[in-house]
Ligand binder design. Structure first.
Ligand code: GLC
Ligand code: CA
Length: 588
């Protein structure tokens, strides 16, 4: 289906992320599914996006919502079948939508046949496909794991296996054993089963899960002790960017090259620009772009992500983080991915805008749409973001949180404090602000029961109480809705792609803690994005910043614009008038 053009399709693309469990249930079992996705492709197309990325829909016991795969070549039965996936690919391509799947190859499920063999005996041919280590012993003779690293979902990264009397490594849950990438046979099997199987079916690329974790520092040095309350120490930085990682990613890129497929890699814990560039520089031939986390991790707790309070960041921090991600556009041969939400993040309106009143919610959702659509790189939109969905309310009990990370964090606090009520309340406040659950709430389609997501009485995850106000059906015909606004922003971004997608980024008012103004420049074309990140009216002298007479206001989040006065959470986009002819994007 791809049409040959000089420029790759993905640079100007907007890619829409789908979380299959929560998108649309077609058969009334309370769980979203692939036929449900197919039934909503016209909605997706109407947004003006170019591709979809579907979170894991593979066979899985769902310990981590499908990021624990037991068979790469099968589909999780409640979601559908491989045939359904083939139909989805065909239906997408018929609408000129490309399809990305999630490539989860740092680990498999403990139920994957490879791991079942590996754990069966020390001399099984697949023993070395995972990472096994003998125990160490303390002076008192107590058995101990090889080091003190804390897993991403709490506890040690090492799990004791009674049967063969060794530990295996798992950076995430014990049900997610890490593959041994140093073994060439393992890599060959991953490429064949997880990648070529789906590439042959015509998919257009992958979102590469935890792309910098595959190569391990096999010395497994202890991490510095930063958490005195726990035997297991935060070690995520030691997980990342191991000695052979670039060799492996280059190899992976060769497999993709066989099919002309694109990649967007997930690159946690790597703020260093030079290190990022090694992955995304065109001449390195590794990944087309990566997700960096400087923006979405703003305000997270340092030792424990959820140990924080709402809005624990300053606007100047956000500016610095944006700079960090946008710097690849000027003077490097790299590329970047632009996003504010995904299935591991809370809702951007609740974090960076304001969800307290319908008015502030809608204006901040529009302001954030301008903010994002003005940034360079490939744009990613998460399901529900287009209608301004918000976090679950604070009144919901902790039992509504389904994510393994939330549950394990809450239980860890409970254990460490003997169930101290104040500590648990703090934990809940942190979770209500940044838990991954918020990005996983069922999609709000209409104002019928359960938001039109499912006909089942019981949805797998509770539907947000606000669905009658915030839903697709209601926003579609309303020219003033967040949904209509996103559609127009995506259209403008394509019309002005030279400056909005490819332009060089510069922050104008670095030290301002209330307003964020940035400039985009491409040759003599220029744009300014002006954003009020507060709930107060702000005054500003725009004339002193740019020659406003030469600029045209092409997007505004407020109904009434008065030049030097910004409404709460108002956003504007100005583009220089001369040279303002429509840009012809490279279409598909
Ligand atoms: C990535 C996924 C996340 C998952 C983890 C382990 O970070 O986005 O959802 O839990 O990898 O696979
Ligand atoms: Ca279903």
């Amino acid at each position: 289906m791809p049409v040959a053009t000089d420029l790759p399709w993905w640079k100007e693309a907007c890619i829409y992320q789908i979380y299959p469990a929560s998108f649309k249930d077609s058969n009334g079992d309370g769980i979203g599914d692939i036929p449900g996705i197919i039934s909503k492709l016209d909605h997706i197309k109407s947004l003006g996006v170019d591709a979809i990325w579907i979170c894991p829909m593979f066979a899985s016991p769902q310990c981590d919502m499908g990021y624990d795969i037991s068979d790469y070549e099968a589909v999780y039965p409640p979601y559908g079948t491989v045939d359904d996936m083939e139909r989805l690919i065909t239906e997408c391509h018929a609408r000129s939508l490309r399809v990305l799947l999630d490539l989860v190859i740092n680990h498999t499920s403990h139920l994957h046949a490879w791991f079942q063999e590996s754990r069966s005996s020390k001399n099984n041919p697949k023993r070395d496909w995972y990472i096994w280590r003998p125990p160490t012993y303390a002076t008192d003779g107590q058995r101990r794991p090889p080091n003190n690293w804390r897993a991403a979902f709490e506890g040690s990264v090492w799990e004791w296996d009674e049967h063969t009397q060794e530990y295996y490594l798992h950076y995430f849950a014990p049900e997610q054993p890490d593959l041994n990438w140093d073994n060439p046979a393992t890599r060959a099997a991953i490429y064949e089963s997880a990648m070529r199987f789906w590439l042959r079916k015509g998919i257009d690329g992958f979102r590469v899960d935890t792309a910098n974790l595959y190569s391990k520092n096999t010395q497994f040095p202890n991490a510095a002790v930063t958490d005195l309350l726990s035997p297991w120490q935060p070690a995520f930085e030691l997980f990342c960017n191991g000695p052979r990682i670039h060799e492996y990613i280059r190899e992976l890129n060769q497999v993709l090259g066989e099919f002309g497929a694109m990649t967007v890699g997930e690159l946690p814990c790597t703020p260093d620009v030079a290190k990022v560039l090694k992955y995304v520089s065109e001449k390195e031939r590794q990944l087309n772009m990566v997700f960096q986390f400087e923006i979405v991790e703003l305000g997270s707790g340092i030792i424990d992500r959820y140990n924080t309070v709402p809005r624990n960041w300053e606007l100047t921090h956000l500016k610095a983080a944006v700079q960090q991600v946008q710097c690849f556009l000027a003077g490097t041969d790299g590329w970047t991915a632009t996003f504010l939400e995904n299935h591991d993040q809370a809702r951007s309106v609740s974090r960076f805008g304001c969800d307290e009143t319908p008015g502030l919610r809608a204006s901040s959702a529009k302001m954030l749409a301008i903010f994002l659509a003005g940034l360079s790189g490939t744009l990613f939109l998460h399901q529900g973001q287009e209608i301004g969905m918000v976090n679950a309310p604070i009144t919901w009990p902790i039992s509504e949180y389904k994510d393994i990370a939330s549950i394990n964090y809450y239980n860890a606090v409970k254990n460490q404090t003997n169930g101290d009520a104040a500590a648990l309340q703090r934990a809940k406040v942190g979770l209500q602000h940044i838990a991954r659950d918020h990005g996983r709430l069922p999609m709000q389609w209409d104002s019928t029961f359960n938001a039109g997501f499912t006909e089942a009485v019981q949805s797998w995850m509770r539907v947000h109480d606000n669905y009658a106000d915030i839903n697709v059906e209601r926003q579609n015909p309303d020219a003033g809705s967040v949904l209509s606004f996103w559609k127009s922003m995506l259209r403008l971004r394509k019309e002005q792609a030279d400056v909005l997608v490819y332009g060089d980024f510069r922050i104008i008012d670095e030290s301002n803690e209330n307003i964020f103004i940035y400039e985009k420049k491409a040759g003599d074309k220029c744009a300014y994005v002006v954003l009020n990140f507060t709930r107060e009216v702000r005054h500003i002298d725009l004339h002193s910043i740019f020659d406003i007479g030469q600029f045209k206001l092409i997007a505004q989040s407020s109904d009434h614009v008065s030049l030097n006065r910004l409404d709460p959470f108002e956003g504007r986009l100005y583009v220089k008038e001369d040279n303002n002819e429509a840009y012809v994007p490279n279409g598909i």
